[in-house]
Design a binder for this molecule. Structure first.
Ligand code: NAP
Length: 278
């Protein structure tokens, strides 16, 4: 089935941008398939794409979107500044490099990929993002993997509050406190590794809920993310799973389902700890 992009709920950010809630993650999408995958995703209704300098596929994402021929304002692209480009000058250059690779006039959402607290440069790096925002190179700026203490420091020393915080969030790491801090500061929460990279594919609890709704486990997890109000960016390179993952807007989880999913919290991290990663 092909989805109308209008079925994808819209999330209003603190800067006035309105984003489709579910987009496509592109980590580990190789250059050999990037262009075709973006085109296939657009075909089934995706309008938002999450890449990063680290993923080494910005060029292909931009090329795929240009090939689709959609008006520029109908698609949303996020990219991120990698850890070795912290600092004002370094980040400023990195932004121009990402823009050149994407070749799509402007970046919709630019994130600091990790806070790298040991480097002590995220406030200075943020100034480069603020400048890119002023100049129109980017339309929105945000962060990724920031804990509450990092956000408090950033907000205290800058003039733009991040539009979103992209964090690891799935049934095994539900991030209730950080999400609620984000919300209290007007920052949208975006879930990365929303499917916990397949760690719940055989989970009995989720299997029961999936069976009840005649859906897959991935669809149940993504529906849970949608109902929490998270922006969410599942990754797949498989055309059938592209369609499956966006087919989550016509069913609802009930109170019992939510209670059972809540019980899956275990502190599971599939990625690094933001306090330590540099
Ligand atoms: N900001 C950050 O630090 C950060 C870190 C990690 C990720 N991210 C972003 O978040 C995105 C998503 O995270 P992720 O890629 O780590 O993990 P994920 O989306 O939780 O899981 C992706 C994995 O699940 C499989 N999969 C996808 N849909 C499926 C389905 N319906 N049924 C069964 N398996 C399915 C994929 O395999 P197939 O491809 O074979 O389907 C892939 O192995 C990334 O692509 C990236 O854009 C950001």
């Amino acid at each position: 089935m092909t989805f109308s992009p209008e079925q994808n709920p819209r999330i209003l950010l603190n800067n006035g941008q309105v984003l489709p809630q579910l987009g496509l993650g592109l980590y580990k999408v190789g250059q050999d398939i990037g262009v075709e995958l973006v085109q296939a995703a657009v075909e089934v209704g995706y309008r938002r794409f999450d890449t990063a300098a680290l993923y080494d596929n910005e060029f292909e994402v931009g090329a795929g979107l240009r090939k689709c021929g959609l008006p520029r304002e109908d698609v949303f692209v996020t990219t991120k500044i990698w850890n070795d480009r912290h600092g004002f000058d370094n980040a400023t250059e990195a932004i121009d490099e990402s823009l050149a690779r994407l070749n799509i006039e402007y970046i919709d959402m630019l994130l600091i990929h990790w806070p790298c607290p040991m480097k002590g440069l995220f406030v200075e790096t943020w100034e480069a993002l603020e400048k890119a925002l002023e100049s129109g190179k980017v339309r929105g700026i945000g962060v990724s993997n920031f804990n509450q203490n990092h956000l408090e420091e950033l907000i205290a020393h800058s003039s733009v509050v991040p539009a979103l915080n992209q964090i690891e969030l799935h049934p095994g790491l539900q991030q209730r406190e950080l999400s609620s801090f984000n919300a209290s500061a007007g920052i949208a929460t975006e879930a990365w590794s929303p499917l916990a990279r397949g760690r719940f594919n055989d989970n009995e609890t989720l299997l029961g809920i999936a069976y009840k709704h005649s859906r897959s486990i991935s669809q149940v997890i993504l529906r849970w993310q949608i109902e929490l109000g998270n922006l969410v960016i599942p990754k797949t390179s498989n055309p059938d799973r592209l369609a499956e993952n966006i087919d989550v807007f016509d069913f609802s989880l009930d109170h019992e389902d939510l209670k059972q999913i809540a019980s899956l919290e275990s502190g599971l991290r599939t990625g690094p700890n933001p306090e330590e990663f540099s």
